[in-house]
Design a protein around this ligand. Structure first.
Ligand code: PEP
Length: 247
């Protein structure tokens, strides 16, 4: 049985005091959540989010991690640094990192291995652009991304990975994939995982991400094939985020 996981991706939003207020606001609302609740916050907010969420069912994560453990990597943050300030999860390979900051399937794979080695729980993002979908390339792109991040992973590694299927055209655009498209694509992703990891694929949690909110989450999750969501815009206010968690 795959436990659903709703993760907020705050992107580059919120100061330390805003983070403290948000977590204090979410705590009572999320106290009886049935799914796993994660907040992936900017690096500077990880410590305060983890401290404020201590003893609750809210888990904290970051939005990227270096592939190296230490050294001459100006601007990067290592897995041990993240763990040290209380991060449990980390998003890897978000489409914004791929499009604007040079992440590739190869760097996503390196970051993923480092995160796993350090005991961080990775949420690995994959997804096709609008051009790729319209050009009939969705499956080719997703298969390449899955095989890319999974290169060299063992079955035991894969059991610890959460995959976020995020069609790039649905992120921050207000355009959500229809339930049919999301379910069909998530099933395809699971079939690629099954080719690589056999039975283990059935236990891997695959989220949907892309303009998910309190209004569309129930429909997206109804079939049981989608194991939660990675939520951007709708994760920035406790009263909005809780609607997705409850849905
Ligand atoms: C995201 O950033 O991963 C995301 C899904 O954003 P939004 O929900 O705003 O589309």
């Amino acid at each position: 049985m795959r436990r659903r996981i709703i993760a907020g991706n705050w992107k580059m939003n919120k100061t330390v005091s805003e983070t403290r207020d948000f977590v204090n606001g979410l705590k009572p609302l999320a106290a009886d959540a049935e799914c796993e609740v994660v907040l992936c916050v900017p690096f500077t907010d990880v410590a305060i989010a983890a401290e404020t969420a201590k003893g609750t069912n809210i888990h904290v994560g970051a939005q990227n991690v270096a592939w190296a453990e230490s050294g001459a990597f100006t601007g990067e943050i290592s897995a041990s640094m993240l763990k040290d300030v209380g991060a449990e999860f980390v998003i890897i390979g978000h489409s914004e990192r791929r499009a604007m900051f040079g992440d590739t399937d190869a760097t996503v794979n390196k970051r993923l291995k480092t995160a796993l080695g350090a005991g961080l729980k990775p949420i690995v993002c994959i997804g096709e652009t609008l051009d790729e979908r319209e050009g009939g390339k969705t499956e080719e792109v997703l298969a390449r991304q899955v095989k890319g991040f999974a290169e060299g992973l063992t079955k035991e590694d894969m059991e610890k990975v959460v995959v976020a299927y995020e069609p790039v055209w649905a992120i921050g655009t207000g355009k959500t994939a229809t339930t049919e498209v999301a379910v069909e694509t998530v099933k395809f992703v699971r079939s690629v995982l099954a080719e690589l990891f056999g039975e283990v694929a059935n236990g891997v949690r695959i989220q949907y991400g892309g303009s998910m909110n309190g209004n569309n989450a129930t429909a997206l999750m109804a079939s049981g094939d989608i194991d939660g969501g990675l939520i951007g815009g709708a994760s920035l206010k406790p009263e909005e985020f809780i609607k997705v968690i409850k849905a």
